[in-house]
Design a protein around this ligand. Sequence first.
Ligand code: GYE
Length: 351
Amino acid sequence: MADISELLRDLRAGRINRPEFLRISAALGATSLIPIGLHPTLAAAAANPNMTPASPPKKAKYLIGFSQSELNNAWRFAEQTSMDSEAKVRASKYDFKSTNANGDTNKQVSDVADLIAAKCDLIVITPREVDPLKAATDRALAAGVPVIEIDRTSRGTGGVDFVTAIVSNFVQEGEKVGQWMVANTKGPINYVEFRGSTGAAPAIERHDGFHNVVDSEKRFVLMDSQDGDFTLAGGKKLMTNWITRFGPKIDMIYAHNDAMAEGAFQAIKEAGFTKKLFVGSIDGEKKAIEQVAAGNFSVCVQCDPHYGKRTFDAIDQYFAGAKLEPKITVADKTFTIANAAGLVNEGFGDA
Ligand code: GYE
């Protein structure tokens, strides 16, 4: 069996870091399962808290950190409410500490550092942007704290850089809007694209999915594509400019989320713009499903924000020592005129 002095040598030589040392020596004390001569990197890999099954310490209560990227639209409020209320339901097992980065990517990286310093046993992150948030998961890993990513992902691999990512299939969401437009429109279609926050996984992948389908159809012409930051105000501002620039040449709008589509709709009303446009968006707010039922929006693809139960179920499994899939995909519906009126209650936010 490896002994503590061997581990100490590895620690001093920088072959393992302190949290790894603590974890492996705890595992040695508990089970003595690590054989002599186990290569330090293998020992470190075995101690990666993001790999499951892991051997988390047994505690009467765990502290769960939640790093929220921003609360700037109905979707994110619905997600936050879902997490807060599920944490209350499970309060006998979990304490819950939540931070809000207010749309500031650097603040989110430092929020995660604060949650590590607060000694969270596991941190849940909604990474605002793919690349910069890798620094946050790296930092948690170095401190020996497991991470579960929800709703968006950072650069990295489930089961290595984070335990798992619980997310919708954003490429497919974009493809579904594109497929509806291809199947239900005729002739030349000039369109504008309201992109989500630059660098965010859903903005990148909803763009890719839609263009995968539409770009090979030469009758679709992109007039402009800009970042509306997933907000109603962002969508409204973009549409106001586009009405001035393009007027009735616009045939269709594709918005990466409902909040921007609603902002665009407000701009259309306020400008007295009467041409009927095709509108495709993603999220499934009650308001948007109603717009589909009323014939104002053409198609809305659901992206369910109710993460509380599925996230805490995954956390339960983690602390029970179970194996988690590196990615857990949320199944989403599509709302069209054919089904929307009966499905408004599947939406979130105010009707
Ligand atoms: O579509 C949007 C929010 O990350 C899946 O972010 C989420 C997206 C959602 O701001 O409304």
